[in-house]
Design a protein around this ligand. Structure first.
Ligand code: GDP
Ligand code: MG
Length: 334
């Protein structure tokens, strides 16, 4: 079942029948209403070389058409190209003419589909301690354009926050009050199911990384992680004269996550956003974009940066994660 024809087919688009192609494919594991697609998730997490390993679950969440899948595909590229851990690990971005594949960006059927998608093949990586872990990538998307979409989306975002060890929150141009309000809303929603087993004094969620696309105010904060951290500090600062609601949102975000981080990304260049023939090759990206992209991906996926998923201080194996997926989705369905 791992023949060449199925691998070719996987390049076109995602389909549930392609779960077992060698390189993997995006698979919907939670649908638009927050319902679990249990057999699909089970295939991924209960694979023999995965089930007993601890998991690192990286989720990228946000609205449509903001370059989430594009970024995810560079994370995939990193994971594929550095798989042997050795030589050339620094050159994983290139060659410049290679088309970008994986989660389908700018097209393909998951584009219009809300819900949670997971890469079907976990990546087995070694932590600095030598322990092998399974790295999972998730694409979480939604719209916030009307009230009905709001409830389903809230569930989907809440689930991805509950289940991931790193939540990458993808926003355009700046971290706006709207983005924070949405974050507040869906983390409140996450807490509703988490509260039961919640240990006091331990933040319920792990890492939250803001990925700000098309950042242009380089005069105030430079691109990258350092500029991002300083920028985020300013955005999340609580000021005495702030409206109570704004204060509350900030308090909430600080108390919910173990670690907050931010990357300010340059615009990728107009060839990338306007040329219909653009296939994701890095040679067509604005040169300034590349080092920032590389650093952002490595700050999440380098062996020393991998964050194992924990619930109440306990590290989860893939088998345990599957139980949490079942339990949490059942609670929302109830
Ligand atoms: P998603 O719906 O959030 O997953 O967005 P996609 O990854 O499918 O990308 C949608 C479009 O945005 C594509 O045409 C990409 O080339 C483009 N794109 C990718 N990254 C960026 C970015 O950082 N800024 C802008 N403006 N466009 C981007
Ligand atoms: Mg997408």
């Amino acid at each position: 079942k791992q023949d060449a024809s199925s691998e070719d087919a996987a390049k076109d688009d995602s389909d549930s029948s392609m779960v077992d192609v060698p390189r993997g494919a995006p698979v919907q594991v939670i649908d638009n209403d927050g319902m679990l697609v249990e057999d699909k998730l089970q295939d991924i997490l209960m694979a023999p070389d995965v089930q007993d390993k601890k998991v690192v679950l990286i989720s990228v969440a946000g609205a449509f058409r903001k370059g989430k899948s594009f970024f995810l595909d560079f994370m995939l590229r990193y994971l594929h190209k550095t798989a042997d851990g050795g030589a050339g690990a620094d050159k994983w971005l290139g060659p410049g003419e290679e088309a970008l594949t994986g989660f389908s960006w700018r097209g393909g059927k998951e584009r219009e589909t809300t819900g949670i998608w997971m890469w079907s093949r976990p990546f087995i990586r070694a932590l600095p301690s030598g322990e092998e872990v399974a790295v999972l990538l998730m694409d979480t998307q939604g719209t916030f354009d009307n009230e009905t979409s709001m409830k389903g989306n809230c569930t989907v975002f809440a689930l991805s926050t509950l289940l991931s060890s790193v939540q990458v929150y993808n926003v355009m141009t700046a971290v706006q009050e709207d983005d924070l309000q949405h974050l507040h809303l869906f983390t409140e929603y996450s807490l509703q199911v988490y509260e039961g087993g919640h240990q006091k004094g331990v933040p319920p969620f792990q890492n939250l990384t803001f990925l700000v696309r098309d950042w242009s105010h380089v005069d105030s904060h430079p691109w990258g992680n350092e500029g991002g951290a300083a920028y985020l500090n300013g955005v999340l600062a609580q000021k005495p004269d702030q409206h109570p609601e704004l204060k509350q949102v900030r308090e909430h975000v600080h108390s919910c996550f173990e670690k907050l981080d931010c990357h300010l990304m340059p615009h990728p260049g107009f060839e990338a956003t306007e040329d219909p023939a653009f296939d994701g090759r890095t040679s067509m990206l604005r040169p300034a974009f590349l080092p920032v992209l590389k650093a952002a991906v490595e700050s999440i996926l380098s062996p020393d940066k991998l964050v194992v998923k924990k619930v109440n201080e306990e590290e989860l194996t893939a088998t345990a994660l599957l139980c949490y997926f079942k339990a949490y989705t059942a609670l929302y369905a109830a």
